[in-house]
Ligand binder design. Structure first.
Ligand SMILES: Cc1cc2nc3c(=O)[nH]c(=O)nc-3n(C[C@H](O)[C@H](O)[C@H](O)COP(=O)(O)O)c2cc1C
Length: 174
């Protein structure tokens, strides 16, 4: 059995960048980095870092099904979403994904950051702009433009810090 498995679902590559950063900061060689959409058999591990792209406020069923099948494991989550700088929203995402973790696992916490969105999202905002929603739409457009550079080097640094803190938590318990 592996010590660490980083397993992720990333449709446009943002979450994959965080996954690669987390993986690179895990010690030793008993570890693997796997895209959940792979055809390969997913190896078993002691500690899981499970990543997801946020769609409609939560993770995909691929991720929730995998999470709910785990038992007796140590599990950390990570994810990227279009919304930036919103701790309350990040907490709601963490909650909606972590509910899939059965109570006989140990939940180690989550890291969530902003990720760029496809251009069609910007076009959608523009197409639904009216006099009444103009302010709301301009905030959405500003958030969209800010997301374009994410995950950036600071997000990757924060994911490294999250990994180190998670490893310390695991060591303190061993
Ligand atoms: C169909 C779809 C639904 C999305 N829903 C949300 C959402 O509910 N909240 C949010 O903040 N971002 C949402 N996003 C933006 C993505 O979460 C964001 O771009 C993320 O970084 C994509 O990760 P990936 O590149 O790993 O696939 C959505 C994007 C798509 C394409």
């Amino acid at each position: 059995m592996l010590e660490y498995l980083v397993l992720y679902h990333s449709e446009s590559g943002n979450t994959k960048k965080i996954a690669a950063t987390i993986f690179s900061h895990l010690p030793g060689t008993s570890k693997d980095l796997i895209d959940i959409t792979t055809d390969k058999t997913i190896p078993e591990a002691r500690v899981y870092f499970i990543g997801f792209c946020v769609h409609r406020g939560s993770c995909s069923m691929l991720v929730s099904d995998f999470l709910s099948g785990l038992s007796g494991k140590q599990i950390a989550l990570f994810g990227t979403c279009g919304m930036g700088n919103s701790p309350a929203y990040y907490s709601s995402i963490e909650h909606s994904v972590s509910v899939w973790i059965e109570s006989d696992n140990e939940y180690l916490g989550a890291f969530i950051c902003q990720g760029k969105m496809p251009q069609k999202v910007r076009q959608k905002y523009e197409s639904i702009r009216t006099a009444r929603n103009a302010l709301q739409i301009s905030l959405c457009l500003r958030n969209f433009d800010e997301a374009l550079t994410h995950p950036d080097s600071l997000d990757l640094e924060h994911s490294k810090v999250f990994t180190e803190k998670t490893l310390k938590k695991i060591q303190a318990e061993d």
